[in-house]
Design a protein around this ligand. Structure first.
Ligand SMILES: NC(=O)c1ccc[n+]([C@@H]2O[C@H](COP(=O)([O-])OP(=O)(O)OC[C@H]3O[C@@H](n4cnc5c(N)ncnc54)[C@H](O)[C@@H]3O)[C@@H](O)[C@H]2O)c1
Length: 300
């Protein structure tokens, strides 16, 4: 049986270098489209710039590797596009450049995918759309837990670029009828970072307030992307992509009372249930986390 072909943008980055291997392990063929290659066995790399529309149309109509020349049947089609390439936060580039790369890049990727007839597109949005992460001063969310129907309202160029990208996705979905899912990704944690970062976070929980104490294990993010590829027919969707619990030892209710006093809590919370809720991916996609932080670091 031929493998499903995925075109993955930004696979050489922090999240992609774990998500791409996860997808290869699930039996996909993955072509990574990035400004730099991902050095991992089995991955095909194409160096291309998402801000160049012509390059995106080319990439989506490309052989993934030399072996695909052999059958002589022409270029095979991609089954899905996973779009992670971006400037991943403010204060790496000037604000206008962050906005330009992220919005134009996402427009180009989605437009090329839709016009090439690729019926499943998954894009990386962000927890920062909720407007707490990169706000000026310690702002409060309108309510907790953070769920997908929230009126997102960030004040920074990166969060704004992700809100615009969700609108772009929605417009293309409406026109095409294809499935386009936006993942509001939480703070990505790589396997080695539990030991490196979490003991400090536990001692200084205030440093995690801007992230609403969320995290997503990079490998669990791989599972979420896989579930999105497999789940057809949902049209336009937004999903929070986070782990089940807060990346904190303080129970959720106390965490909310201490760091977000006065903020309305809209429903009963489990003892450690994440304030950045992953209820929707659990219920709609069947996500079951494999990498709770307690497996890797002591909560003390
Ligand atoms: N890391 C997090 O905690 C986090 C949280 C929420 C959302 N996200 C989103 O998830 C995605 C992946 O984040 P990451 O942390 O792996 O970021 P990263 O910066 O480590 O990786 C992004 C990749 O995109 C590539 N890229 C950048 N500009 C490009 C361009 N013009 N053309 C082609 N490739 C380009 C980079 O070379 C890099 O390999 C991004 O969309 C980011 O906004 C990340």
């Amino acid at each position: 049986m031929t493998k499903k072909r995925l075109l993955f943008t930004g696979g050489s980055g922090k999240a992609g270098k774990h998500v791409v291997p996860y997808l290869l392990d699930q039996g996909y063929r993955v072509m990574n489209v990035d400004l730099k290659p991902l050095d991992h066995p089995g991955v095909d790399n194409l160096i291309a710039d998402i801000t160049d529309s012509g390059q995106m149309f080319n990439a989506m109509s490309s052989y993934a590797g030399l072996d695909e020349l052999e059958p002589g049947n022409g270029v095979p089609e991609f089954d899905a596009v996973v779009h992670f390439a971006a400037v991943p936060r403010i204060l790496i580039n000037p604000d206008n450049e962050t906005f330009r790369v992220n919005t134009i890049g996402t427009y180009n990727v989605i437009e090329a995918a839709v016009k090439m007839g690729i019926r499943k597109i998954i894009i990386a949005s962000s927890e920062t759309t909720y407007g707490v992460c990169f706000s000026d001063g310690p702002t409060d969310p309108h309510s907790l837990p953070l769920e997908e129907d929230y009126d997102v309202n960030p004040m920074d160029s990166y969060g704004l670029s992700k809100v615009v990208n969700e609108k772009t996705a929605r417009a293309f979905q409406r026109r095409s009828g294809f499935d386009i899912y936006a993942l509001r990704i939480g703070n990505v944690i790589e396997p080695h970072e539990y030991q490196e970062l979490f003991p400090y976070y536990f001692k200084h929980p205030e440093v995690r307030r801007r992230n609403a104490f969320c995290y997503i294990d990079a490998r669990d993010l791989g599972q979420i992307v896989d579930l999105c590829v497999k789940k057809d027919g949902l049209g336009y969707q937004v999903f929070n992509a986070g782990n089940d619990h807060n990346g904190a030892i303080i129970p959720s209710k106390e965490l909310a009372e201490r760091f977000f006093p006065g903020v309305e809590i809209t429903r009963e919370l489990g003892e450690h249930e994440a304030l950045f809720s992953n209820k929707k991916i659990r219920e709609v996609l069947g996500f079951k986390e494999q990498h709770n932080w307690r497996k890797y670091v002591k909560g003390e």
